[in-house]
Design a protein around this ligand. Structure first.
Ligand code: NAD
Ligand code: ISE
Length: 338
């Protein structure tokens, strides 16, 4: 598969490396970025052509499939261009920054007549979450009742805003829990606890988020993006007959100087490295076999944008906000989820 990459920033470069060095059956043939220098530098690594903009990259005969890793507000335009060209497109989260733009993509894909879009919610490809899902689906903990989660980053940059706690960070739990529970999130509420002093002045951090699903499962999620000590993702699902907990990443135990310790990873790049690899391996395998993508769909991208938007609205209003997401169209159900 010849892949064209739109956006050569942090994750764009990371995925170019992955597609070039790790994934069998894929190579990056085209790169574009509004920062021309950055595009040229990133394209040199796989030996790809540099394009002036996303539209010319999508139209290129040397591009079989498109990877969108530009800034969130630009995603919808690039994804719609790819769908109009009938090319498969992998879009990093968010699919689009408004529910309206997400629905335009859903409609365009339905008009095309088959799935083309996959959204970059990589946690569904993490071994720990996959094992949790197997346990839940096999009924081993009985009916799920509650989920306790924490999403902690060591620190945030000054450009990270309070809304991003939901739109950029909690959106991963929002997606993975809809998939894990096979349930829809019907409401969101954000409560603001005592603030850390170790943050930029404009930021509300931590934030405590509560979600309810259609079947009545209650989810609590701590988002704390200046926790200082490392990148820490926790998830525990409690059912009628037991509970299942996300494992911490494997790390050696060190015993020295009167203490026993295991390291905590510093950021998401390492924590989900294997998940990103699996995500792209399966995406490329689907494409190479001529199958529609089986990872998170445009509908999942739409739901995640609605639910994270409801959390932003709740923090502003102080109220519980309902999501009112319609039933998933059969078009997406028929294509199946991983
Ligand atoms: P970044 O700012 O490092 O890179 C974005 C790049 O896109 C920049 O080089 C910018 O010049 C370029 N760009 C912006 N608009 C463009 C356009 N219209 N056409 C071409 N290039 C354009 O940001 P990042 O951290 O790499 O994040 C990029 C996307 O990936 C975001 O949507 C972010 O939410 C997502 N992301 C996902 C994860 C994950 O865990 N799945 C992690 C980090 C980032
Ligand atoms: C970032 O954009 C990500 O997607 C990371 O997975 C998440 O942990 C971080 O909080 C976000 O800012």
């Amino acid at each position: 598969m010849r892949i064209g990459v739109i956006g050569a920033g942090w994750i764009g470069r990371e995925h170019i490396r992955r597609l070039t060095d790790v994934i069998v059956g894929a190579r990056v043939t085209a790169v574009t970025d509004i920062d021309a220098e950055r595009a040229a530098e990133a394209a040199r690594y796989p030996g790809a052509a540099v394009h002036a903009d996303g539209a010319s990259l999508v139209a290129s005969e040397d591009v079989d499939a498109v990877l969108v890793t530009s800034w969130g507000p630009t995603h919808a335009e690039h994804v719609l261009n790819a769908v109009a060209a009938g090319k498969p497109v992998f879009c990093e989260k968010p699919l689009a920054t408004t529910p309206e733009d997400c629905l335009k993509i859903v409609e365009a894909e339905r008009a095309h007549g088959g799935r083309l879009v996959q959204v970059g919610f990589m946690r569904r490809f993490d071994q720990g979450y996959r094992q949790m899902k197997e346990v839940i689906d096999a009924g081993r903990i009985g009916t799920p009742l509650m989920v306790h989660c924490a999403h902690r980053n060591a620190s945030s940059v000054e450009a990270y805003t309070s809304d991003m706690a939901a739109l950029d960070t909690a959106v991963h739990e929002i997606d993975v829990l809809r998939w894990l529970l096979d349930d829809e999130i019907v409401s969101a509420q954000v409560i603001v606890p005592r603030s850390t002093t170790r943050k930029h002045a404009h930021l509300t951090d931590p934030q405590f988020m509560l979600f309810e699903t259609a079947r009545g499962v209650r989810i609590d999620l701590e988002v704390f993006v200046n926790c200082r000590y490392g990148y820490d993702i926790q998830c525990e699902t409690v059912g009628e007959d037991g509970l299942v907990r996300l494992p911490d990443p494997a790390a050696v135990g060190v015993r020295t100087a009167g203490a026993h310790s295991t390291a905590i990873l510093p950021d998401w790049t390492g924590r989900f490295a294997d998940a990103f690899d699996t995500e792209f391996r399966e995406w490329v395998a689907d494409l190479a076999a001529g199958r529609a993508p089986t990872g998170p769909s445009a509908w999942d991208g739409y739901a995640a944008t609605v639910i994270s938007g409801a959390a932003v609205e709740s923090r502003a209003s102080g109220r519980v906000v309902t999501t009112d997401i319609p039933k998933r169209p059969d078009f997406y159900a028929a294509d199946g989820r991983p």
